[in-house]
Design a protein around this ligand. Structure first.
Ligand code: PHE
Length: 385
């Protein structure tokens, strides 16, 4: 609490001294104002009703003044009060957002306060906008999945439904029900990865990593009586050494159509259409005799070389044709396993096919090595973005 000095007398010199002293005090206070709270403290100290400096002057200096000095003290008092009111009241008015009061120096004082506050806030909120940002490149579908989806879409457009099945399969679904009898040499064409430690189980229950998507043919026919038109995309495994075109893990799309009066013509027409949809309308197909235990007759389907349009080049070993998939008419022995569900080979017939997705992707995108699909190298993958 500030107490005004004692007045020795009411001489002009004494009044000059004390009012000069008060003026200095006031400017010191103003200079120390750094916030709106400081301005409020200033107001209380100088203008406060209880013990503000102006009240003290009025109580002790004016009231005790001899008549001759009253006017003089009053004039100086009013001058001081006007100054203070201009500063403190004006500053407060601005602080509260009342722009109406006129304000002179107070505007500048408060402007300085505001500036200091803004500077401090800016300094603490400082953000270096020249730092490089974090790039989050948008990913794309893997080329193998993309081709798989494309193949599926071609068949979907022909009215096929889409199914799937387990990657860990039983010997029964992967082999036996597809007319590979136990110990039959046809099993050797699909070098199989078996789950270890199952010797005590009957052979048909032993688990393995499916070597093809064909087991889902049987699973589908067990669930659903004819007619059937289905494609089954999925991952398969074989104990094949990795080379430029083989990988122990790869993908297939299986197809199965069963109905009355399905013929080899339907198979040819369907696959010919699918190949034209995938590789362009100028591509040709041909069917070459082959063998699979679960189809009879069986065929390898070849497409005219997409690199040389059938003229003969290094890619097609100068034959003009590229072998693309296995197919055939469903063997009646296969229907025997699902006879109970309406698959009577004297009434229904069907065709099936299975194609390697990577093989098609390699041809479509002219990829040199199958491994490139699995290495996750962005420099390779981003070419498909
Ligand atoms: N599952 C056979 C394979 O993986 C391909 C195939 C499917 C052949 C359907 C005929 C019918 O080699």
């Amino acid at each position: 609490m500030y107490t005004v000095p004692k007045l020795e007398d009411y001489s002009e010199a004494e009044l000059d001294r004390v009012f000069a002293e008060l003026s200095r005090e006031m400017y010191r206070d103003l200079a120390g104002c750094n916030s709106e709270a400081d301005v409020e403290a200033f107001r209380v100290k100088w203008l406060g009703r209880k013990n503000g400096i102006l009240v003290q002057i009025s109580d002790s200096w004016i009231k005790g003044a001899p008549k001759s000095a009253r006017r003089e003290v009053g004039v100086r008092f009013n001058g001081l009060r006007e100054q203070i009111e201009e500063y403190a009241v004006g500053s407060l008015a601005i602080a509260k957002g009342e722009k109406t009061v006129q304000l002179g120096t107070a505007t500048r004082v408060l402007g300085d306060i505001r500036q200091r506050e803004t500077d401090a806030k800016l300094a603490s909120d400082r953000l270096d906008i020249t730092l490089p940002g974090i790039q989050r490149p948008i990913g794309v579908k893997h080329p193998v999945l993309r081709v798989m989806d494309e193949i599926v879409a071609v068949f979907k457009a022909m009215g096929y439904s889409i199914g799937d099945g387990p990657e860990v399969e039983t010997d029964y679904y992967n082999f036996e029900s597809l007319n590979f009898p136990p110990n039959h040499p046809a099993r050797d064409t699909q070098d199989t990865l078996f789950i270890a430690g199952q010797e005590q189980k009957p052979v048909r229950d032993r688990l393995l990593l499916r070597t093809h998507t064909s087991p889902v043919q049987i699973r589908t026919m067990e669930k659903q009586p004819p007619p059937v038109r289905i494609v089954i995309p999925g991952k398969v495994h074989r104990n094949d050494p990795l080379d430029a075109t083989h990988s122990p893990v790869f993908h297939q799309v299986e197809g199965l159509a069963v109905d009355t009066n399905i013929t080899f013509c339907d198979l040819k027409g369907t696959l010919d259409h699918a190949m034209k949809a995938l590789f362009g309308s100028s591509v040709k197909t041909r069917f070459y005799p082959s063998f699979f235990p679960f189809t009879e007759p069986s065929a390898d389907m070849q497409v005219s070389c997409i690199f040389c349009a059938g003229k003969g080049c290094r890619k097609c070993k100068f034959s003009g044709w590229i072998e693309l998939l296995g197919c055939g008419m469903v063997d009646p022995n296969v229907f025997e396993f699902v006879k109970h569900n309406g698959y009577d080979s004297s009434k229904v017939s069907g065709f099936a096919f299975g194609m390697g997705v990577e093989r098609i992707a390699i041809l479509k995108y002219e990829v040199e090595e199958i491994q490139l699909f699995y290495e996750g190298d962005v420099r390779f993958l981003e070419q498909f973005a």
